[in-house]
Design a binder for this molecule. Structure first.
Ligand code: F6R
Length: 235
């Protein structure tokens, strides 16, 4: 893809096609800077007639210790960029709980994913260090939905979203690599030079826990969209 905008538009098109052909699809959603233009495109598609009324959505992760109305919680992110602007009834969108007992929140979310059944299309961003969701380097392929400690690298990368002096949470609840890989299709997006090393390890390196994004190669239906900058390290 020539640039980040074209890659985001292509990803949004694929999601819109899934919803048009399967109006009650289960969509797995992601957050982060990369996804903001994807949601902008989907909101536009909705204004032009695409309905999300029967879709169910499950998010990949949530910081532990942030109330849902904290501006940096993924609850707030999803409301701001997508859920408040489309016709998905609120009871059909699920994000891990970021407050209270962390292990209980992870258990509840794992049970919810089990009840909902396979995700039809899982959207994924690639972290600077090759993480997917908050499955950090070192995560085995069969890791389940759980509480994780965020790496210093990830907390540093996400600092930019937090106010000066505010602490980036150290823990999160994340969908596990096992659940992610059980989706019917995966759709990953990586843009910008900062993702070049991670993308090259994911695609050209060994399939290895050091780079959880490398697991994507084992999925029978995974499409990865990247712009020129993120692809610049590929062989
Ligand atoms: C977000 C998530 C993360 C991000 C990744 C990239 O729900 O699970 O894996 O997709 O950290 O973040 P950005 O797009 O901010 O570079």
């Amino acid at each position: 893809m020539p640039d980040a905008e074209a890659a985001a538009a292509a990803v949004a098109r694929q999601i819109a096609e899934t919803v048009a052909t399967k109006p009650d699809a289960v969509l797995g959603l992601a957050t982060g800077g990369t996804m903001e233009p994807v949601y902008a495109h989907l909101v536009r598609a909705h204004r032009e007639g695409l309905s999300f009324a029967r879709v169910r959505t499950v998010n990949l992760d949530e910081y532990m210790g942030l109330p849902p109305d904290h501006p940096n919680s993924y609850h707030s992110y999803m409301a701001r960029h997508f859920l408040d602007h489309v016709d998905i009834p609120r009871g059909q969108s699920f994000i891990p709980r970021g407050e209270g007992d962390a292990d209980a929140a992870a258990r509840e979310y794992a049970a919810l994913l089990e009840r909902l059944g396979p995700v039809d299309l899982q959207l994924l961003g690639v972290g600077h260090n090759g993480h997917i969701a908050f499955n950090e380097p070192g995560t085995p392929i069969d890791a389940t939905t759980r509480v994780v400690r965020l790496s210093d690298e990830t907390r540093q990368a996400n600092r930019r979203f937090f106010a000066e002096g505010e602490t980036v949470p150290a823990e999160a609840v994340t969908m596990g690599t096992a659940q992610i890989l059980s989706a019917r299709s995966l759709l990953a997006l990586a843009v910008g030079e900062a993702k070049a090393a991670a993308l090259s390890s994911a695609l050209d390196g060994p399939v290895d826990p050091d780079c959880p994004a490398s697991y994507l190669r084992l999925h029978p239906s995974c499409t990865i969209f990247a712009d020129k900058a993120a692809s610049s390290g590929l062989r």
